[in-house]
Design a protein around this ligand. Structure first.
Ligand code: FRU
Length: 482
């Protein structure tokens, strides 16, 4: 076992006495922004959800984690299990300890295997002579009760024809019981793609089968595909992934990087695309993954990262960064993905409030709000503080808008614009989940979703609307960590 400790490539095992307590103490000074019912790291940075798998009794949720502060450094997989998404029990962390993961345990997925789970991940390594990145694809085997049993490399370099950017293996079973895994990749000509490997079982060497072929997708400008995920809902196949390089637009693809999906029919590696779409229209959403091990006859369950590469947030000064979305049920209507939080996240006993002009509502920053605008234009302003900061959502001429221009922002946030839009016809339902600095919005039963961070200190429990809105609402309960 090696203890890596080179600049930001510092493993958890290299922590000096008291060092992590100091980071945790810094987190505890944050009185404003730490979410209550969204999964956050105890300290340090979260990015992608990883290894999402249901083992028959519990859900395993891992995520990319850098323990020492709000920056991207040596990546570990922090690991929780939960039977109900209410109580989260800490299980064994995947810590880089071998040469085949010397510069971080990068993203990947997992499969249920009897009383174990097999987590596939990228071992990020760099050659010491010239710092060249060499991506390994590895397996870590965990018992269902969350103990790390073994880990070993499967693939020890990028295949010929691909650059150093090959990563994020997501495994799945074929109909004849073999194991395949799909990796995000960059071709030598610097275009993005995904490649598929096949193994008889997790102890046999993988064979490269080739690239996933999408019958219809404009790959122009796209230099890398990250976090690929193949799944089924009913009799449809879906491919979810995070392409990088797509040009930004005004009412969709508004961020630096995007998470997209196609629905259609998969025949071996040929994907007949019937529908293409973007998953989320908010400021902060990336690298989602779906759970393996669930019955996906009607729906699937997905978690995303409430964050984006290369962004700094005002809460970074408290030594924590980002959160995961609530798990979302994905279903298909007219070949499009609809997303709603799992039923257990919906509060019971909603109270009604007739809102006109200005009203206060206790604990607004931990509330679920629901209303029907009856397809009429409206604007709703939340949290006005003495400094004049607030958050605004509005609907005008068939366009929904989330505006955070009157709240605290960093330069990197500002560089990507201050409003997020989505086009939605006939708006009959708005659902808002607020969790201190996180907001998840679902329109028309999940037809469109917008996930974002926002930063307002000294928030007041104030709501101001441009017209009468009949709001139903409740305060959400915090999740418990064990
Ligand atoms: C996506 C990503 C993955 C990579 C991981 C590293 O956000 O860049 O492609 O495996 O993050 O933390």
């Amino acid at each position: 076992m090696l203890i890596f400790n080179q600049g930001k490539y510092k493993s958890l095992l290299a922590a000096k006495a008291g060092e992590l307590d100091a980071v945790a103490a810094q987190v505890a000074t944050d009185q404003d922004f730490r979410p209550d019912y969204h999964l956050v790291a105890p300290f340090g940075l979260i990015n992608d959800p990883n290894g999402l798998v249901f083992d028959g009794e519990k859900y395993h949720i891992f995520y990319q984690w850098y323990p020492y502060g709000a920056m991207h450094g040596m990546k570990h997989w922090l690991h929780y299990t939960t039977p109900d998404f209410q109580q989260f029990t800490l299980a064994d962390t995947l810590i880089p300890t071998e040469m085949f993961e010397s510069h971080g345990c990068y993203s990947g997925g997992a499969l249920p295997l009897g009383d174990c789970i097999a987590a596939f991940y990228t071992g990020n390594t760099r050659r010491s002579s010239d710092n060249t990145r060499i991506p390994y694809q590895n397996i870590a085997v965990f018992s269902n009760d969350g103990k790390l049993l073994d880990k070993y490399p499967l693939v020890t370099c990028s295949p010929a024809g691909y650059s150093e950017h090959v990563r994020d293996p997501k495994p799945y079973f074929t109909q004849d019981g073999k194991v395949r895994f799909i990796c995000g990749a960059q071709r030598d000509n610097l275009s993005g793609t995904a490649i598929v490997f096949e193994m008889e079982n997790i102890n046999t060497p993988p064979q490269l089968l080739g690239e996933l072929q999408l019958s219809d997708f404009d790959n122009q400008d796209i230099f890398m595909w990250e976090c690929p995920d193949l799944l089924k809902i009913g009799n449809k196949d879906l491919f979810i992934w995070s392409p990088q390089g797509k040009k930004r637009e005004t009412q969709q693809f508004q961020n630096n990087y995007h998470s997209t999906y196609v629905v259609g029919k998969l025949n071996d590696l040929q994907f007949e695309v019937e529908q293409f779409g973007e998953l989320d229209y908010g400021f902060d959403f990336y690298a989602p993954q779906t759970f393996a091990g669930l019955d996906n006859s009607e729906s699937a369950v997905m978690i995303g990262w409430i964050g984006l590469p290369d962004l700094q947030y005002p809460s970074d000064e408290y030594a924590w960064h980002s959160a995961l979305t609530m798990p979302r049920r994905l279903s298909l209507k007219n070949n499009r993905i609809y997303q709603t939080p799992l039923a257990q996240y919906y509060p019971q006993n909603l109270t009604a409030l007739s809102l006109q002009h200005t009203t206060t509502l206790a604990d607004l920053d931990r509330r679920y709000l629901k209303f029907n605008p009856h397809n009429a234009d409206f604007s709703l302003r939340l949290f006005d503080n003495p400094q004049g900061q607030h958050l605004t959502i509005s609907y005008e001429n068939g366009e929904f808008c989330l505006d955070r221009s009157a709240s605290e922002q960093t330069e990197s946030m500002l560089s990507l614009g201050e409003q997020r839009y989505c086009v939605i016809a006939d708006l009959q339902q708005v659902e808002i989940f607020i969790d201190r600095s996180v907001i998840e919005i679902f329109l028309n039963d999940g037809e469109k979703a917008l996930t974002s961070r926002f930063f307002i200190k000294n928030r007041q429990n104030m709501l101001q609307s441009s017209c009468r809105l009949e709001i139903e609402s409740a305060v959400l309960a915090p999740i418990e960590y064990r």
